[in-house]
Design a protein around this ligand. Structure first.
Ligand code: GLU
Length: 505
């Protein structure tokens, strides 16, 4: 095994990358960076039937958005490329031949109909048809046919596959970095197809050959590949190569806990299962993405990191660099990880509050522009600082802070009923006079002045503050009232009070 830590993320471009795939990429990335290693992106596109237009770009863009940079991959040569399996076609046949020569693989010419016939027959008897040691001598392959017959078939251009010859009965000792030791009897394994006559390898062959040629030291992938581990281990042995270490990540479960998280769960409960929005090139159907829904990449990577791993401390907020430091593969859980959409929002809220005001203001200005509001940079930054505590997404800034830019055009009826009583108009008139005379319109000064005045009138604080809020905001919600007055300024404050008196009487 190479001394350097080298891991790979090896998605098949068959559609948008599910967030489970993003988690696999993330854990690989964290592991590589933690050990000063390389993170390789390899596109496994040997199955031409399942190829989906745009999927590879989507994968690359999704990783980029998350900040999961690859050291080598398509467009980023590192000496062991190309990194798309479709561009490595010529390589695989040579390795299939090696296995044929060493007796670890054989040609099989069985027609699809013959295999179907056997499958159905077995099913009818409540059994499963497995192509392996117990029947392979009776089927149409190079183990059963004479050398001459095989040559004839090959020369005649008959369709064939190359199958792995798995041992009849052997106990294999497997090791997984997360699950520990496992034993498996080869008795029930089928002789998997490694190569097809269309000149393409199957996943198993291409994956092993590439991991070897790309000097991969650790294979970190989803639990769904655990059943392939025995075959992969046997392939390494057959080639005489040292196998990498393996770690199989736990499944991501539905929020209810049972079963794998699916796109349908997301649709039903209103959360995305994809990092970016995806438009299906065939159906035109659009699937929601975290980016387009307003999540920050930090929130998504933080959430994904905790889906199957924890640092063993109380700390929950981790930026990517911090995850690199804290990540330990031995702390990855064996059991499935329940997906929790609320937790994602919670992370998002945290990073929203932490976000830089200058950047937030720029984002907010884009929203304002669409509403034909020219918010000055400094003013917008001030508003952002005040309202971001109440926002989860950038888009919430408008809902939480629109009154900093536009005067209320209506007043919430319920709130009005609660706050606007007999005599309120007169009080607001008095308040207006008081404010008019203020030279210093800072929040602090206003607060002292207004409170002193209310005190001198010997009335409840709320009697003034609630209707005052209604005049400025249009409801009883919002930020600190004196900060609002200070921000919108004296003139606007007085006009808004005036408007409310006119409208509410
Ligand atoms: N191409 C496989 C996938 O799409 C890769 C599995 C592996 O990492 O070995 O998941």
């Amino acid at each position: 095994m190479s001394a350097k830590t080298r891991v790979r993320f090896a998605p098949s471009p068959t559609g948008p990358l599910h967030i489970g795939g993003v988690r696999t990429a993330l854990y690989n990335y964290l592991f590589a960076k933690k050990h000063q290693g390389d993170f390789v992106l390899r596109i496994e596109d040997t199955d031409q039937n399942r190829y989906v237009e745009g999927a590879e770009n989507y994968i690359i863009e999704a990783l980029k958005w998350c900040g999961i940079d690859f050291d080598e991959g398509p467009g980023k040569e590192g000496g062991v490329g190309p990194y798309r399996q479709s561009e490595r076609k010529e390589i695989y046949r040579e390795y299939a031949d090696k296995l044929l020569d060493s007796g670890n693989a054989y040609y099989a010419f069985d027609k699809a109909e013959t295999l179907d016939y056997h499958r159905k027959n077995h099913e009818a008897e409540g059994k499963t048809f497995i192509y392996n040691w117990h029947n392979r001598e009776k089927l149409e392959n190079s183990l059963a046919l004479s050398e001459k017959e095989v040559k004839q078939k090959l020369d005649a251009g008959e369709d064939f596959v190359i199958r792995f010859k798995s041992p009849a009965s052997e106990i294999l000792h497997l090791h997984d970095e997360i699950r520990g030791k496992m034993e498996i009897n080869t008795e029930t394994l089928d002789d998997k197809v490694l190569f097809k006559s269309d000149g393409m390898p199957t996943y198993h062959l291409a994956n092993i050959v590439d991991d070897h040629l790309m000097k991969i030291s650790h294979v970190i992938r989803g639990e769904e590949w655990l059943p392939s581990l025995a075959l992969h281990q046997m392939l390494y042995r057959a080639f005489g190569w040292e196998a990498p270490k393996f770690a199989h990540l736990p499944l991501i479960l539905k929020p209810q806990g049972k079963g794998k998280l699916s796109k349908r769960d997301g649709d039903k409960m209103g959360f995305p299962v994809f990092p970016l929005e995806w438009k299906d090139p065939n159906t035109g159907e659009i699937s929601a993405g975290y980016r387009e829904d307003g999540y920050f990449p930090e929130a998504v990577t933080n959430m994904l990191a905790f889906l199957g791993w924890n640092p063993g401390t109380e700390q929950e907020f981790f930026k990517l660099e911090e995850l690199v430091q804290a990540f330990e593969i031995s702390r990855v859980h064996k059991g499935g990880a329940k997906f929790d959409p609320e937790k994602t929002k919670w992370f998002q809220q945290h990073y929203m509050h932490e976000a830089d005001n200058v950047w937030l203001a720029e984002e907010f200005q884009k929203i304002l522009k669409k509403k034909q509001i020219e918010g000055e940079k400094e003013y917008v930054e001030k508003v952002v600082e005040i309202v971001k505590e109440r926002a989860v997404f950038v888009a919430d800034l408008w809902e939480q802070g629109s009154y900093f830019f536009i005067a209320p055009t209506s007043y919430d009826p319920k709130n009005t009923k609660k706050a606007w009583k007999n005599g309120t108009a007169e009080l607001m008139q008095e308040l207006k006079e008081l404010l008019k005379n203020q030279e210093d319109f800072s929040a602090e000064k206003l607060q002292t002045e207004v409170k002193t005045w209310i005190g001198s009138k010997e009335i409840g604080f709320g009697k003034v503050m609630q209707p005052f809020r209604l005049t400025l905001v249009g409801s009883l919600q919002g930020a600190d009232l004196f900060l609002i007055a200070e921000s919108i300024g004296k003139e606007n404050t007085l006009t808004r009070i005036e408007n409310a008196i006119k409208t509410l009487g």
